[in-house]
Design a protein around this ligand. Structure first.
Ligand SMILES: [Zn+2]
Length: 259
């Protein structure tokens, strides 16, 4: 195991991993102090608390429906990526992280789905842009956002990618242009989480797909599953040949048995 991803400071302290991704700003909206001994990780447009407190910041679809966690397809609230005021908060959070440690990872970067965002600001920005297709405009918006953060990160800069390496899918889904972003970031982290890992062929397929899709080093995150250590080991065995690093995600309680 090459490292861990966790929001549990006790896991970083007790396991003393070579690489620790420590979640500073979480999709719940909770934000904690960054650590000096970690790749501090920042959830960007997934932010349930902000979406609840400031619903006008939520992304909306063509029907005007908001991208809230009340919808079946979303596990957390998704905010509009063109909201400059909210982007400033992310930049402030990144600045606090790099003051503690040079390495940063971003989570939940992009639009919530293909039909987003149709808020008045996004529609006006698209209309005023040079792009004829909204998909192209969305990709330009997200690339610019990632480039802006990259300029603030002096160390290793890692982008979390939804586990879909099929060419064009992430660009259409989230506005994540993998080929373009490959030149901006220092690595990608792909979460392949499952509580059981009863089968592993899909892990190998996705890990291999990402290693073909990008030049940058790929890290795969697996769930720590203390009830079935041998399944966790089978999962790690399936992905390890195809990626740079395999890290386990969880708390001290779940990580220690597989560490
Ligand atoms: Zn919008």
């Amino acid at each position: 195991m090459d490292g861990i991803t966790t929001h549990d400071p006790a896991a970083v302290d007790s396991l003393d991993p070579e690489v620790a991704h420590y979640t500073v700003k979480r999709v719940s909206g909770e934000t904690v102090d960054p650590r000096a001994d970690a790749i501090n990780s920042v959830a960007c447009f997934g932010d349930t608390a902000t979406g609840r407190a400031e619903p006008d910041r939520l992304a909306v679809d063509a029907d005007g429906d908001r991208a809230s966690s009340a919808r079946r397809e979303f596990d957390w609230n998704w905010l509009c990526p063109t909201d400059e005021g909210y982007r400033d908060r992310i930049h402030d959070c990144v600045d606090r992280c790099v003051a503690a440690s040079p390495d940063v990872r971003l989570l939940t970067v992009g639009f919530p789905g293909e039909g987003f965002c149709r808020c008045e600001r996004c529609t006006a920005l698209f209309d005023a842009s040079e792009h004829e297709e909204r998909t192209d405009w969305r990709a330009a918006v997200i690339t610019e956002f990632v480039e802006d953060v990259a300029d603030r990160v002096p160390g290793e800069f890692v982008l979390t990618a939804h586990p879909d390496p099929y060419p064009g899918h992430l660009r259409a889904r989230r506005g994540l242009d993998l080929a373009r972003l490959d030149e901006v970031v220092d690595g990608f982290l792909v979460p392949l989480c499952d509580p059981e890992y009863a089968t592993t062929y899909w892990l190998e397929t996705i890990a291999r797909g990402f290693s073909t899709a990008v030049e940058s080093p790929v890290t795969v995150q697996l769930s720590s599953t203390p009830s079935a250590k041998e399944r966790f080991e089978a999962a790690a065995h399936a992905v390890a040949p195809h990626v740079e690093r395999v890290v386990a995600g969880g708390t001290r309680e779940t990580l220690e048995p597989v560490w």
